[in-house]
Design a protein around this ligand. Sequence first.
Ligand code: ATP
Length: 479
Amino acid sequence: MRISIQHLTKIFPSRNRGGKAVHAVEDMNIEIPSGGLVGLLGPSGCGKSTTLFMLSGLESPSSGKILFDDQDVTTLAAEKRGVGLVFQNYALYPHMTVQQNIRFPLDNMRIKKEEGNARALDAARLVQIEDLMARKPSELSGGQQQRVAIARALVKMPNVLLLDEPLSNLDARLRLQTREEIKRIQRTTGITTVFVTHDQEEAMSICDTMVVMKLGIVQQVGAPQDIYDDPNNLFVANFLGTPPINIFKGKIAGGKVYIGEEAIGEAPWETPYDDQDVFVGIRPEGFIYDANGAFTLNVDHIEVMGRDKSVVASHECSTKPIVRSIIDSDIVLPASNQLKFNVKPNKLFLFSAATEERVKYPANVFKGKIEGGKIYIGEEAVADTQLEDREVYIGICPDGFVYDENGALTLQVNSIEEGEGSKTLAAAHTNSEKPGVKCIIGGAAELPAELGALKFNIKPNKLSLYDAETRERLSNGRE
Ligand code: ATP
């Protein structure tokens, strides 16, 4: 069953007069593919449970729509939606046996006892508690009770399984085990599953897609590793990862990223963001010890943790009391209260100090000009603008190109690499500020067999303009 969440919003009115209404969920838009396992992740109060309750039908949205496949279920009663719900407190009936607990929803549906017993046994087998059918809940461990609750949700053969913090009452070892169980059950049954948790490690290990929320607003949707590697903003970067990312107050100047007086890395593209205050995020695994490294940390102590060791340090620009650097335990460190490191570029993230949004640089930069309302790269007009004539830099994101034999911009394409669902083209252009131009286009795009001069159109929202002299970003008349 595919789930489509469209502009879903829930506003709880204020309880007292003159108080503020709570925007528990705001304009949520998510597509969950059939058989997907999606985790709603975020701190307490961010709207996870409210979203789940709206999916189940226990809570009705203030506006927006929920579709199961093509059926609009927004106002459909909970019992007609075919959802199985599992809560944090398993709410088993203490006086009933495991079998009676699992069978209970079927009894309510007046399904015959023999069929009910057979289906209860199937569900119990799925969660591997078929040997416990005669026991009462008080005779079960927490993990076993949780499995009974899951079997009870599965016995109705739901289209959608909704799990609200199902592991939070279990001890650490059982949590790990039950995580695996949930993944196995979900894979075996193929039921579309939405899982609520505030535990990022749990979400990252269980889900194939994660939805990170803050104050009712979706911050980022994607595969757990993709979100970890490419966070949209400071909140998301901070929320994912144990130990958490280190955050420093920094600056971009002269094409370099500064923390305090030290230039700790190259800014991805030197020109447009000069003198900008930023937050610099460095993942703990992003430090390489080097006696001549660019970045100095004041070491407090070193913790050895099996394969790795953790340098626990501080830095005057850090926004957190502790800076943690995780390095291989084989690396020999001198006994010193100051150590130097280099920073891996792919573990370093920059965020605007003003908006906390990720500062993303256009990977491709061209020298060009604006003339008569058109943006030119060389002789070719690639887009329209309302800006006055001037010299500019034109930034184009790798996914900003669309192949078109009559397209506006000609690139010399040297090679094509087929990826999953996309093609990566290595190209060149005489006006490019970098030696290569990188384009990522949809896998379905048909390209001519012969490489060489190919034409592309540019997606307007993937193009950014910078004044050639001041190197400040320009609004190109659309924004
Ligand atoms: P937790 O992890 O603590 O369960 P959550 O992310 O699931 O949090 P929700 O329970 O969805 O968050 O709550 C989102 C916001 O809506 C919170 O600010 C909460 O106080 C508010 N809220 C939830 N239910 C109601 C209600 N019935 N009336 C008023 N406000 C509510």
